[in-house]
Design a protein. Structure first.
Length: 301
């Protein structure tokens, strides 16, 4: 079994680390930002396999992750809850390509004003701060380590290295195709909402968690700022309340901005001693467990 250094402690790095430890490897995770400081901690986070490529691999990764999350939802400490919700569309559309994955998927007939169609299905909702803490607990229990370290190059001590640096891969993968797509969210108090709603066009979303509700959002390519904009926050609150009137006047708990590591295609491949796993854009949570399974295979090659 190999000694593996995982660079990156977002959801992708930690999920890979856990699977590698379970496969019997010795794993050390190093990262500039600790889990609760990463983009991953900002994610809403709904399992939703669109807006990522290549579509055949994305479908397989998403399917694997769905099944893992469905299993984790039995344990409240994982932060995963299976929730019914609806994807809203302004125009009628053909079945989504990933319909086959979701036996529960059906056409929604009760729609908010302004929408022509909707898909209702059961999807994992992941409370990311809780889930990241749980992943760190798994890492620890399996004998892995997590160390804060701001690297200027990937380690080259002969170990196998997993490059799970998200946006950092612009530097480490010498890969300018990785770009930020910023996303702003407003976290409000839980006001008795248990269904998620998503209008991907906005994007506008309402993602209920056990103790709060994440409202979004924005998707601005090339934007590096992580400072929340009060005017955008007001617009998000307004759009969310238009979808779910119960949110009107809900107490705001937090404002957050995260930078999605976007790339034309998610990169999961081995080059010499480096296994790259980055560029998950707006779907790192959705794809994480599936990609981690491939990473274990690539480390074992
Ligand atoms: C507002 C918002 C909502 C989202 N909603 C969803 C959703 O509903 N569903 C979904 O699936 N996804 C969602 N996403 C996308 C998801 O958050 C990302 O795809 C995912 O977090 C990427 O994870 P990652 O581990 O690759 O990157 P990150 O979480 O960014 O982690 C990268 C790690 O690499 C480390 N690193 C980088 N450079 C260095 C360096 N020089 N030295 C050492 N370490 C380094 C960082 O410190 C960090 O630890 C959302 C994102 C945002 C912003």
């Amino acid at each position: 079994m190999a000694r593996v250094i995982v660079v990156g402690a977002g959801v992708v790095g930690l999920t890979c680390a856990v699977r590698l430890l379970e496969a019997g490897h010795r794993v050390d995770v190093v990262a500039r930002d600790l889990p609760l400081e990463t983009t991953s901690a900002v994610a809403a986070a709904l399992w939703y396999p669109s807006l990522a490529s290549p579509s055949d691999r994305v479908a397989a990764w998403a399917r694997t992750s769905y099944d893992v999350f469905a299993g984790l939802a039995d344990d409240p400490e994982t932060g995963v809850v299976m929730r019914t919700g609806t994807e809203l569309l302004t125009e009628r559309a053909a079945d989504p390509g990933w319909r086959a994955m979701l036996p529960s998927l059906g056409r929604e007939t009760s729609l908010p004003p302004g929408y022509a169609a909707g898909w209702t299905f059961v999807s994992p909702v992941v409370d990311m701060p809780v889930h990241l803490r749980w992943l760190v607990g798994r890492l620890d229990a399996l004998g892995g380590t997590l160390t804060r370290m701001n690297l200027s190059a990937l380690p080259d001590d002969g170990s196998v290295v997993v490059n799970a640096t998200g946006l950092g891969a612009r530097h480490f993968g010498a890969d300018p195709s990785v770009v930020p797509v910023s996303g702003q969210v407003v976290v409000v108090e839980q006001v008795g909402i248990d269904r998620w709603l998503l209008d991907p066009a906005g994007p506008t979303y309402v993602v209920p968690r056990t103790d709060d509700v994440v409202l979004g959002g924005t998707a601005v390519e090339g934007e590096w700022s992580r400072t929340p904009d009060p005017a955008i926050a007001d617009a998000i609150l307004h759009r969310a309340a238009a979808l779910v009137p119960a949110l009107e006047g809900a107490r705001v708990l937090r404002h957050k901005v995260g930078l999605r590591p976007s790339r034309p295609t998610v990169r999961v491949e081995r080059v010499d001693n480096v296994v790259h796993c980055y560029g998950h854009g707006g779907a790192g949570v959705t794809l994480g467990w599936g990609c981690a399974a491939d990473v274990v295979g690539l480390v074992d090659e």
